[in-house]
Design a protein around this ligand. Structure first.
Ligand code: IMP
Ligand code: MG
Length: 175
């Protein structure tokens, strides 16, 4: 059976929600500069859209963490494949992630980043699957809470495909 994508969150809904998040984040960081850290690769589409909606000064950095596992589940063993370019010491850090699933990746990442003495760390995720949580991760900003389904689009992939979809959908027809 061929793979098809069922729309879960439309392009308009995603864009509206990101505008609202940007406004909220700008208000909460009034008078400060936000050092946004994008978790590659999935977080990149979200970070670009979100950064454009934030009205306080921002700087950007990127980190790539991969968790060993198969295509759809994370093993909990996390590896830093690309570290940040700049120090985060004394900075107000906002981690930008595509999705929090088991929470293992972010649990590990927050622990690593806290040791580098940022002034503050907050977490913003486009999607949250709270039902799947295995590690307690404090999420400060959530785009959408979604049910336990495997989703793609807006940065999220299935075997590296579909990241460029401008909406969020569920893959159907996968064995
Ligand atoms: P966690 O460590 O289980 O929270 O896994 C987070 C990572 O797993 C995300 O950053 C995604 O890369 C991937 N992931 C989890 N759920 C999905 C999904 O529904 N679609 C695509 N990737 C997912
Ligand atoms: Mg990710």
């Amino acid at each position: 059976m061929a793979e098809t994508i069922k729309v879960l969150v439309s392009e308009e809904e995603v864009n509206e929600r990101i505008k609202t998040l940007g406004k909220q984040i700008s208000e909460n960081y009034a008078g400060k500069q936000i050092h946004m850290i994008c978790v590659l690769k999935g977080g990149v589409f979200f970070m670009c859209e979100l950064a454009k909606r934030i009205s306080v000064p921002v700087s950007l950095d990127f980190m790539c963490v991969s968790s060993y596992g198969d295509a759809t589940t994370s093993s909990g063993v996390v590896r830093i494949a690309k570290d940040l370019d700049e120090s985060i010491e004394g900075k107000d850090v906002l981690i930008v992630e595509d999705i929090i699933d088991s929470g293992r990746t972010l649990y590990y990442l927050i622990d690593v980043l806290k040791k580098r003495n940022p002034k503050s760390i907050q977490l913003c995720t486009l999607l949250d699957k709270p039902e799947r949580r295995e590690r307690d991760v404090k999420v400060d900003y959530v785009g959408f809470e979604i049910p336990d389904e495997f989703v793609v689009g807006y940065g999220l992939d299935y075997a590296q495909k579909y990241r460029n979809l401008p909406y969020i959908g569920v893959v159907e027809g996968v064995e």
